[in-house]
Design a protein around this ligand. Structure first.
Ligand code: GSH
Length: 226
């Protein structure tokens, strides 16, 4: 049985969303955030103390985009993965990694230096600079969507959309979505309307209720549902 360790709205939402898109059976363990500090026993399973952690037989993975790719191929074949023989294979790999390395990483600096650090260690200039950095890189998503395509590559929804979609979800939860371009905003709505996305949110909510864990307050007034 596939086992996913997850924190509310963390990058582990990517594999959760993929599991629900594929309707694979899995076990979900929801941890309080950050597990490194508040669930120290978790470090025996994952010495990094980060989520996601995916266990599947002898396979053990801690990188969210790679886990999505693994699920769509090892537990495929699935249209969620673009195959090596398809024209968009390179674009698929590029978007899948772009979602984490280019679009999510700068947001973690925004979060850390504007919310998570103790007040005396906060760095508003760093937070502001990396928010701008994120929004500048997001133009690389706005431009291709302007041609009317529904999803990023392969002419269908794939885990490249899961990877980039999670970066948009994080931007939404820290209030950067106000600066989304019109095509990115419409794309984000399309992703959130998906049955698989909705199922993943319900699975997260049910696990949170069962574990008595609530979402960390990121200090952003909510304009719309996550
Ligand atoms: N590149 C990794 C990053 C994993 C990561 O840093 N996860 C964050 C949650 S979004 C975490 O567990 N942070 C807790 C910590 O750093 O202690 C991925 O894509 O999965």
């Amino acid at each position: 049985m596939i086992h996913l360790y997850h924190c509310i709205n963390a990058r582990s939402f990517r594999p959760l969303w993929t599991l629900e898109e594929m309707q694979l059976p899995y076990e979900l363990t929801l941890l309080p955030f950050p597990p490194r500090a508040v669930a120290p026993e978790y470090k025996q399973l994952n010495p990094l103390g980060t989520v996601p952690l995916l266990l599947d037989g002898a396979t053990r993975m801690t990188e969210s985009a790679a886990i999505c790719h693994y699920l769509a191929t090892r537990h495929g074949p699935s249209p969620l993965a673009v195959g090596v023989d398809e024209a968009d294979y390179g674009a698929f790999l590029n978007w899948t990694h772009f979602g984490e390395a280019t679009l999510t990483f700068p947001q973690t600096l925004v979060l850390r230096y504007s919310r998570f650090e103790p007040r005396e260690r906060r760095q508003p200039q760093v937070a502001q600079d990396y928010a701008q950095w994120f929004l500048a890189r997001l133009r690389a998503v706005e431009a291709p969507l302007a041609d009317g395509r529904e999803f990023l590559c392969g002419q269908r929804f794939t885990i490249a959309d899961v990877s980039v979609g999670y970066a948009l979800l994080l931007a939404h939860s820290i209030g950067l979505d106000a600066d989304f371009g019109p095509h990115v905003a419409a794309y984000f709505e399309r992703l959130r309307a998906r049955e698989g996305y909705q199922r993943a949110r319900r699975a997260q909510d049910a696990a949170a209720r069962a574990a008595g864990i609530s979402a960390p307050d990121l200090g952003v007034p909510r304009r719309s549902r996550p």
